[in-house]
Structures are given as structure tokens and as C-alpha cells.
Design a protein. Structure first.
Length: 331
């Protein structure tokens, strides 16, 4: 299964409702409209309808000197296929107390059963305060990680990643990671080709490497230290062959230990995890954009065998190569 949320119907696009509160970050609000608003089918039909609502219709303060006027109130939540919660800085934002205001709790209670929830940055505090993240993995901006852990010990916080997909509930790190999350949802709903086109139109990377660890202040590396960037570029050009860690380290003129440490510091994940992500992306692109048999797709993406590709697709996307191709080919 590729998506746990309704994809809309043949008569209407998937409806994304953005719930804004006083102190909403304008960047978060804008990026949701930007990414989902640019997703189109092969025939040019919009794939999403993005609407904004507030706890009550009327003016809403933002994190800038530019207020906004929101025409829709919380009852709009009833029509949402996906609800997005941007970050906000206001007394009801739960980032100090861990408690929802009665108005915010009532708004969340209005959402339609089966709708998907996503948060950007400190929007995760709202989902956690509502009990929607208990026992689940989640993330938020690294700057607020310790506060989040203190307020919500039942949540399995991972502050090192850009976003976390728990099926019907997704969370992301700081504002720019909201772009990564929205592109991930487009990719999950409509495939890599549609998401890549949105990324091109928005002039962002279709899939950023690594996690938040690369953005946390670190000691400046010595001038003699070598980056792993050239090795990563070489690996991307040779995904169809085995790429053992020892060979990658040798090409970077480093020991395995040094290469692994530097790779994680630069990218935010271990070399093996990064390679798996890149191989999966290559396989998805080939399944969507070529007629190659599954065993050839597996070979070109570096999985070796069709059985290996099937196992990895099942583990990450809960689908098979043939089902993925049938769902996303030609969208």
C-alpha cells in the first residue's frame, strides 16, 4: 500500500487543509501551497487542492509584520484528505506547556476519520499534545528537541532526520524540511516523476541528502580534511555495481572509520543507508519511466536480483515492483 490517506476522487483532487494559528510562520504556509499547488497530472490537471483555515475566520498574526486574513474556520477540517500544521509562535502553540488550548483541541476533533496529518517544525508539538504521536517515531526542529522530549516522553523523537513518515501521521524538522516532507507526500501519492517535476518547478532538490545533524553547529574541519562529496558523486554514477564501504573509503583516500565518520557528519546518515536511499530512488525512476523487466531494473539500481528489489520495496513502500509500476507509470 503506497498511501494511507484518501487520494481524492475522480471528481476532485486530494484536498490539503492547512490549519494556521496566531504566530504562524509565513514560510511554512507558503511552501505547502507552493509544493502541492504545483503538482499536476500528465494532462496538466491539478492533483491537489490546498485551502487554509484558522481556528476561527478572520485576521491571523504571523511571525512577520504581515498579518493574513483567513476566510475559513475549523469546520473546514471535516473536508480534509490531509491536514498540515505549520509552526507557530503563540500562547496556544503548546511548545511551553505541552497542553492544547480548548479551541485547538476542538479543531483537531473536527477532522474527518482517515485523514492524514502532517506537521512542519514545531507543529509536531500540537500532534504530540493531542496524543497522536504516543509510541510513534517523530521529529521536530533540532533546536527544540530537548523541550519536546521533556514534554512528550511517550514519543520516540528522532532529531537527526529531516522528516518521519509513520503512515497516517508525518512530522518534519525546520521550515526547509517542510519542502522535503511535502515532496515526499507527492512522491508517495503520485510517484517520483510527478514529485521531480514539482521540485524542478520550485527549483529545489527532489530529495535532499541526510538529516538535521549536518545543520547543527559543529567544529570547523581542518583545512587538510577531505570531503566525501566526490565519492558520493562517483557512487551515484556507479549504482549498478557493488559498492562496499572499503572501496568507497579507498576512493576517498581514508580509512573506513574516518570515511564513515566524515560521511555521517556531512550527510547526516551512514554510507549504507544513503546508498539504499539512492538505489530505491533509481529503481522507482526506472519502474515509472522505462519498460525494463524487473530483473533489469534491479540490476541497474544495484539491488542485484529482482528478489532483493522486491524485498526492499515491500519494506519501504509496502508494494511490489509490478504494483508500483502499474500505479505510477505515465502519471
Amino acid at each position: 500500500m503506497l498511501s494511507n490517506a484518501p487520494a481524492g476522487s475522480a471528481a476532485r483532487p486530494h484536498r490539503v487543509v492547512v490549519l494556521v494559528r496566531d504566530g504562524v510562520e509565513l514560510l511554512d504556509l507558503g511552501l505547502v501551497h507552493q509544493v502541492f499547488g504545483r503538482a499536476r497530472s500528465a494532462s496538466g490537471t491539478p492533483l491537489y487542492q490546498v485551502v487554509t483555515c484558522a481556528l476561527a475566520p478572520g485576521p491571523v498574526r504571523t511571525d512577520t509584520d504581515i498579518p493574513i486574513v483567513v476566510e475559513r474556520g475549523a469546520r473546514t477540517m471535516r473536508s480534509a484528505d490531509t491536514v498540515v500544521l505549520p509552526a507557530a509562535h503563540a500562547p496556544d502553540a503548546t511548545d511551553e506547556t505541552g497542553q492544547l488550548s480548548p479551541e485547538l483541541a476542538a479543531a483537531l476533533a473536527r477532522r474527518r476519520p482517515g485523514s492524514r496529518l502532517a506537521s512542519i517544525c514545531t507543529g509536531a508539538f500540537v500532534l504530540a499534545a493531542a496524543g497522536l504521536l504516543d509510541g510513534r517515531r517523530a521529529t521536530t526542529h533540532w533546536r527544540y528537541a530537548e523541550r519536546f522530549r521533556r514534554l512528550f516522553p511517550a514519543v520516540r523523537l528522532d532529531p537527526d532526520v529531516l522528516y518521519v513518515d509513520e503512515g497516517d501521521v508525518l512530522t518534519s524538522a525546520g521550515a526547509a524540511a517542510g519542502v522535503d516532507l511535502c515532496l515526499h507526500l507527492v512522491r508517495r501519492d503520485h510517484g517520483a516523476a510527478v514529485a521531480n517535476e514539482v521540485a524542478r518547478a520550485t527549483v529545489v532538490a527532489p530529495h535532499r541528502e541526510g538529516g538535521q545533524a549536518q545543520f547543527i553547529r559543529q567544529p570547523v574541519p581542518a583545512a587538510t580534511e577531505t570531503s566525501t562529496a566526490a565519492v558520493r558523486d562517483w557512487a551515484l554514477a556507479h549504482l549498478d555495481r557493488p559498492l562496499p564501504l572499503a572501496e568507497l573509503a579507498r576512493r576517498g583516500s581514508m580509512s573506513v572509520r574516518t570515511f564513515t565518520r566524515r560521511f555521517r557528519a556531512e550527510v547526516g546518515v551512514a554510507p549504507g543507508e544513503w546508498l539504499l536511499q539512492r538505489r530505491l530512488e533509481r529503481a522507482r525512476e526506472l519502474l515509472e519511466g522505462s519498460d525494463l523487466p524487473v530483473d533489469r531494473v534491479a540490476a541497474q539500481a544495484g539491488f542485484g536480483t529482482a528478489a532483493s528489489l522486491r524485498a526492499h520495496l515491500a519494506a519501504t513502500l509496502h508494494t511490489s515492483p509490478s504494483a508500483y509500476r502499474a500505479t505510477f507509470r505515465g502519471r
